[in-house]
Design a protein around this ligand. Sequence first.
Ligand code: PMP
Length: 421
Amino acid sequence: MSETQAVFQNRTPPKPMPHDLALRSRAARVIPGGMWGHMSAKRLPPAFPQFFKSAEGTRLTDVDGNTYIDFMCAYGPMILGYNDPDVESAVNAQQVRMGIANGPGEAMVDLAELMVEMIPAADWAMFAKNGTDATTACVSIARAATKKRKILVATGAYHGAVPWCTPWPGGVVAEDRAHLICYAYNDVASLEAAAEEAGNDLAGIIASAFRHDARVDQEMPTSQFAGAVRAMADRNNAVLILDDVRAGFRLNLGGSWEPLGVQPDLSAWSKALGNGHPIAAITGREWLREAVQNVYVTGSFWYAAAPMVAAMTTLQKLRRLDAVTHMARLGQKLRDGIADQAATHGIGIRQTGPAQMPLVLFDNDDELEKGYLFTTTALEHGVYLHPWHNMFLSAAHNTEDIDRALEGTNAGFKAVADVCG
Ligand code: PMP
């Protein structure tokens, strides 16, 4: 065990977590492993709570009553602040009138109209619940439209948790991935090699808004790469699918590749769309309208009216607040403050990706010991950061939140400097 690991392991949590621990042990009896998926606290340092009891604005309170300024935003869905009054009152009013019924409400058409108006590459929209629904439907639509099979996917990119794309091997058979070919994000030569392998069977290319794989530095798409993806799709009569599930509405309200001038044929959206209410969307170009109608996708809860009202309210409010500019500005303030602190403490870090979706990784930290110590110390100071997944700013964060967060990060750097010299 290294010196840092020893210090970290011996560290007792500053506050006891009796309620959290009690819930974890109850959960362990009735839920396999006690928890699953991306929100499992087992993926985080031990001081991180698993269970929360309330959320308001940028503040999260765990079941033991500790409150944190949150920089994970529920891993993306929160974008206007938890419990946003405008979204919640619109949702509540809709829910009282009609939640789910034998068909959708007017809000479905309103929302489709709004997305078609806001998103230049959207000539139509349809809705689902989770990001995986949207990315999976995009793959099916691409195959239905082209009557071809191969899909190019960036190595290490996350597109969801069903067999064609889940990152873990359990339950997946080779046939689930038989027609996927990998390329390296931002690497035009590898994209060309993948397309060559697909030959005349290339149905689509799926790309994340930017490279936001866990545990590695984030990368914005180069315009050369985005342009090459577009040209390759065009040349092969294939479909360019933009996975905007995570980045959607944080980088650009019209789609994350809009500033690059590259229009996807299909886009997958979810996370921030409903400010926490369960909704996903697929938007696409005119030439795919026909093919979409030959793909049977649906779900018991896909047409519920309240999440659609949530999405309408969220998108309108994001536009009214110019939220993207706000998130980028505050994210930059946080990034600049962190850079100054790291330099002062003589600690090498890398801050990558867009400022509104920051990732902080330490140099020479393969085992994430420094990252764990840093985020644990920040947590003790009431700031919820993540050691290896990109974080999220929201429209609700303000200058004071950033100043307070920087107090936590400064304590974090001090702890790292003390332990790692
Ligand atoms: N694509 C991306 C880029 C994502 O980040 C995620 C979720 N983390 C998904 C797809 C899948 O979304 P969901 O978990 O809502 O199914």
